[in-house]
Design a protein around this ligand. Structure first.
Ligand code: FMN
Length: 162
Protein backbone atom coordinates (compact mmCIF):
# COMPACT_ATOMS: atom_id res chain seq x y z
CA UNK A 1 0.00 0.00 0.00
CA UNK A 2 1.30 3.45 -0.84
CA UNK A 3 1.88 5.70 2.14
CA UNK A 4 -0.50 8.45 0.99
CA UNK A 5 -3.33 5.93 0.74
CA UNK A 6 -3.60 5.78 4.53
CA UNK A 7 -2.10 9.09 5.73
CA UNK A 8 -2.49 12.55 4.20
CA UNK A 9 -1.17 14.62 7.10
CA UNK A 10 2.18 16.32 7.62
CA UNK A 11 5.02 13.83 7.93
CA UNK A 12 7.95 14.74 10.21
CA UNK A 13 11.06 12.56 10.28
CA UNK A 14 13.42 12.59 13.29
CA UNK A 15 16.22 10.66 14.90
CA UNK A 16 20.01 10.92 14.44
CA UNK A 17 19.79 13.86 12.07
CA UNK A 18 22.51 16.49 12.51
CA UNK A 19 23.17 18.16 9.16
CA UNK A 20 21.46 19.98 6.31
CA UNK A 21 22.23 16.96 4.16
CA UNK A 22 20.15 14.85 6.58
CA UNK A 23 17.23 17.28 6.16
CA UNK A 24 17.51 17.13 2.36
CA UNK A 25 17.62 13.32 2.51
CA UNK A 26 14.50 13.26 4.70
CA UNK A 27 12.68 15.37 2.11
CA UNK A 28 13.92 13.13 -0.70
CA UNK A 29 12.32 10.19 1.14
CA UNK A 30 8.98 12.00 1.29
CA UNK A 31 9.06 13.76 4.67
CA UNK A 32 7.54 17.25 4.86
CA UNK A 33 9.69 18.33 7.81
CA UNK A 34 12.72 17.17 9.75
CA UNK A 35 13.09 17.46 13.52
CA UNK A 36 16.40 17.56 15.38
CA UNK A 37 16.81 17.24 19.14
CA UNK A 38 20.29 16.21 20.17
CA UNK A 39 22.05 18.48 17.65
CA UNK A 40 20.62 21.60 19.32
CA UNK A 41 21.68 20.55 22.83
CA UNK A 42 25.15 21.50 21.55
CA UNK A 43 24.60 25.17 20.82
CA UNK A 44 25.85 28.18 22.75
CA UNK A 45 22.30 29.19 23.59
CA UNK A 46 21.48 25.77 25.07
CA UNK A 47 21.59 25.83 28.87
CA UNK A 48 22.83 22.24 29.03
CA UNK A 49 25.78 21.66 31.38
CA UNK A 50 29.13 22.27 29.56
CA UNK A 51 30.23 18.74 30.60
CA UNK A 52 27.07 17.37 28.96
CA UNK A 53 27.95 19.19 25.73
CA UNK A 54 31.53 17.89 25.89
CA UNK A 55 30.26 14.33 26.46
CA UNK A 56 28.12 14.64 23.30
CA UNK A 57 31.21 15.79 21.37
CA UNK A 58 33.26 12.88 22.74
CA UNK A 59 30.58 10.20 22.23
CA UNK A 60 29.59 7.89 19.39
CA UNK A 61 26.45 5.81 18.80
CA UNK A 62 27.91 2.96 20.87
CA UNK A 63 27.93 5.29 23.92
CA UNK A 64 24.12 5.52 23.89
CA UNK A 65 22.05 3.06 25.87
CA UNK A 66 18.27 2.66 25.79
CA UNK A 67 17.02 1.84 29.25
CA UNK A 68 13.97 2.26 31.52
CA UNK A 69 16.13 1.92 34.63
CA UNK A 70 16.73 5.63 35.24
CA UNK A 71 13.19 6.92 35.43
CA UNK A 72 10.94 3.95 34.68
CA UNK A 73 10.39 5.25 31.15
CA UNK A 74 12.45 3.86 28.26
CA UNK A 75 14.85 6.54 27.02
CA UNK A 76 18.31 6.96 25.48
CA UNK A 77 21.11 7.96 27.84
CA UNK A 78 24.81 8.68 27.51
CA UNK A 79 26.60 5.71 29.10
CA UNK A 80 29.43 7.86 30.55
CA UNK A 81 26.85 9.94 32.47
CA UNK A 82 25.34 6.74 33.93
CA UNK A 83 28.82 5.68 35.01
CA UNK A 84 29.44 9.09 36.61
CA UNK A 85 26.22 8.62 38.61
CA UNK A 86 27.30 5.16 39.77
CA UNK A 87 25.00 3.19 37.48
CA UNK A 88 26.09 0.19 35.44
CA UNK A 89 25.39 1.16 31.81
CA UNK A 90 25.36 -2.44 30.63
CA UNK A 91 22.70 -3.76 32.96
CA UNK A 92 21.20 -0.40 33.84
CA UNK A 93 21.05 -1.79 37.37
CA UNK A 94 21.71 0.55 40.24
CA UNK A 95 25.14 -0.25 41.66
CA UNK A 96 25.48 2.05 44.60
CA UNK A 97 23.07 4.89 44.02
CA UNK A 98 19.41 5.03 44.92
CA UNK A 99 17.89 7.68 42.69
CA UNK A 100 14.62 7.37 44.55
CA UNK A 101 11.14 8.19 43.42
CA UNK A 102 11.90 11.89 43.29
CA UNK A 103 14.78 11.30 40.85
CA UNK A 104 17.23 12.97 43.18
CA UNK A 105 20.83 13.04 41.97
CA UNK A 106 23.38 11.03 43.96
CA UNK A 107 25.12 14.14 45.24
CA UNK A 108 24.32 17.79 45.50
CA UNK A 109 20.53 17.46 45.28
CA UNK A 110 20.25 18.39 41.60
CA UNK A 111 17.63 16.52 39.62
CA UNK A 112 18.76 13.27 38.01
CA UNK A 113 17.80 14.59 34.58
CA UNK A 114 20.49 17.21 35.12
CA UNK A 115 23.24 14.74 36.00
CA UNK A 116 22.20 11.72 33.91
CA UNK A 117 22.14 12.92 30.35
CA UNK A 118 19.99 11.94 27.38
CA UNK A 119 21.16 11.97 23.78
CA UNK A 120 20.34 10.30 20.48
CA UNK A 121 22.46 7.99 18.32
CA UNK A 122 23.50 10.92 16.11
CA UNK A 123 26.07 12.09 18.71
CA UNK A 124 28.87 10.69 16.52
CA UNK A 125 28.28 13.42 13.94
CA UNK A 126 28.35 16.26 16.50
CA UNK A 127 31.81 17.71 17.15
CA UNK A 128 31.16 21.27 18.32
CA UNK A 129 28.78 23.63 20.11
CA UNK A 130 28.40 26.67 17.83
CA UNK A 131 25.87 29.48 18.14
CA UNK A 132 22.43 28.55 16.84
CA UNK A 133 22.77 31.12 14.02
CA UNK A 134 26.09 29.60 12.94
CA UNK A 135 24.66 26.08 13.05
CA UNK A 136 21.58 27.05 11.05
CA UNK A 137 23.70 28.88 8.44
CA UNK A 138 25.90 25.79 8.14
CA UNK A 139 22.84 23.57 7.74
CA UNK A 140 21.39 25.82 5.03
CA UNK A 141 24.67 25.53 3.08
CA UNK A 142 24.78 21.75 3.61
CA UNK A 143 21.15 21.51 2.51
CA UNK A 144 21.79 23.37 -0.76
CA UNK A 145 24.96 21.37 -1.49
CA UNK A 146 23.06 18.12 -0.88
CA UNK A 147 20.12 19.26 -3.03
CA UNK A 148 22.54 19.98 -5.91
CA UNK A 149 24.16 16.56 -5.47
CA UNK A 150 20.77 14.82 -5.39
CA UNK A 151 19.71 16.68 -8.54
CA UNK A 152 22.91 15.59 -10.33
CA UNK A 153 22.31 12.00 -9.21
CA UNK A 154 18.71 12.16 -10.39
CA UNK A 155 19.95 13.24 -13.84
CA UNK A 156 22.23 10.18 -13.94
CA UNK A 157 19.35 7.90 -12.92
CA UNK A 158 17.11 9.40 -15.61
CA UNK A 159 19.79 8.88 -18.28
CA UNK A 160 20.48 5.27 -17.27
CA UNK A 161 16.74 4.53 -17.17
CA UNK A 162 16.09 5.87 -20.67
C1 FMN B 1 15.43 18.40 25.40
C2 FMN B 1 14.86 17.11 24.86
C3 FMN B 1 13.75 16.55 25.46
C4 FMN B 1 13.20 15.37 24.98
N1 FMN B 1 12.09 14.84 25.60
C5 FMN B 1 11.56 13.71 25.12
C6 FMN B 1 10.39 13.13 25.70
O1 FMN B 1 9.85 13.67 26.68
N2 FMN B 1 9.91 11.98 25.19
C7 FMN B 1 10.49 11.37 24.12
O2 FMN B 1 10.01 10.32 23.67
N3 FMN B 1 11.59 11.88 23.55
C8 FMN B 1 12.12 13.02 24.02
N4 FMN B 1 13.24 13.55 23.42
C9 FMN B 1 13.87 12.82 22.36
C10 FMN B 1 13.40 13.34 21.04
O3 FMN B 1 12.18 12.80 20.72
C11 FMN B 1 14.48 12.99 20.06
O4 FMN B 1 15.52 13.86 20.37
C12 FMN B 1 14.00 13.11 18.64
O5 FMN B 1 13.54 11.87 18.22
C13 FMN B 1 15.06 13.61 17.69
O6 FMN B 1 16.14 12.72 17.62
P1 FMN B 1 17.61 13.27 17.77
O7 FMN B 1 17.78 13.68 19.18
O8 FMN B 1 18.47 12.10 17.38
O9 FMN B 1 17.75 14.44 16.84
C14 FMN B 1 13.79 14.73 23.88
C15 FMN B 1 14.92 15.31 23.27
C16 FMN B 1 15.44 16.48 23.74
C17 FMN B 1 16.65 17.07 23.05
Amino acid sequence: MKFDQFYQGTLILSGSMSTGQDVAAAQMMGADLAYMGTRFINTQESRANPEYKQMIIDSAAADITYTPKVSGIWANFLKPSLEMAGLDPESGEKKKVDLGEELQAPEGGASAWKSIWSAGHGVGSISDAPSTAELVDRMVNEYHTAADQFAAQAELFKRSAS
